[in-house]
Write a new protein. Structure first.
Length: 180
C-alpha cells in the first residue's frame, strides 16, 4: 500500500439510513477497516457495521470516582485524626460517617472530570478542523444526507479500485475525493 499524499479518503453520499448501513456492511465485507460514517441522527446497527469496539470511558470514570472518594476520605482522616486531632462530643477521631458527604462530593467531581477529559482524549479532541469539512455538500450531513468515507490510511485502499467499489455500492452517486 502506498500512501497517496494530499488525499484523506473517498466518500459517497446516501439518501437513506438503510443505504448507508448496507454500503457500510458491504465495505466491511470487502475488507475495508479504516472508514467512518457521518449521519444526521443515530442509525441502529451502524456502529457494529463500522466495527466499533466498546469504549474505555466507563473504566476511566470508575477509576476517577474511586480516586476521588479515596482522596476525599483520606484528606479528612488525615486532617481530623493525624494532623489536628480535636475531640468533639467524645466521638473517635476516625468518625467515618462524617467523612461520607465530602468523599461522595469528591467522587462525583473527579468522576465527572475523568469522563470529560477521558472522552476528549479518546476522541482526539480538540480537533477544530477535519478534512471532510472541505467537501461543500458535507453540510447536509447534519440535515438529510448520510456519508461514508473510506480513509486513505486503510491498508486495502487503492485510489482507482476503491473509487470503482464505492461507485458500485450506491448506484447513481458520485464518489467524492476528500483532500487533506
Amino acid at each position: 500500500m502506498t500512501r497517496i499524499v494530499g488525499i484523506h479518503g473517498l466518500m459517497i453520499a446516501c439518501d437513506t439510513p438503510q443505504a448507508i448501513l448496507l454500503a457500510t456492511r458491504e465495505a466491511w465485507r470487502a475488507g475495508y477497516r479504516q472508514m467512518d460514517a457521518y449521519t444526521p441522527y443515530p442509525v441502529r446497527g451502524l456502529a457494529v457495521a463500522l466495527g466499533m469496539k466498546h469504549s474505555c470511558i466507563p473504566a476511566v470514570v470508575l477509576v476517577g470516582g474511586i480516586v476521588g472518594a479515596s482522596v476525599g476520605f483520606f484528606m479528612q482522616y488525615y486532617s481530623m485524626a493525624v494532623d489536628y486531632p480535636f475531640n468533639v462530643g467524645g466521638r473517635p477521631h476516625n468518625s467515618w460517617p462524617v467523612f461520607v458527604p465530602i468523599a461522595f462530593e469528591l467522587l462525583v467531581l473527579v468522576a465527572s472530570f475523568s469522563a470529560v477529559f477521558g472522552m476528549m482524549f479518546v476522541c482526539g479532541l480538540p480537533r477544530p478542523h477535519h478534512p471532510v469539512f472541505n467537501i461543500p455538500d458535507f453540510v447536509r450531513a447534519s440535515q438529510d444526507r448520510f456519508f461514508l468515507c473510506i480513509e486513505a490510511t486503510d491498508p486495502q485502499f487503492e485510489l482507482h479500485e476503491t473509487t470503482v467499489f464505492l461507485a458500485a455500492l450506491v448506484p447513481g452517486t458520485t464518489v467524492i475525493e476528500v483532500p487533506e
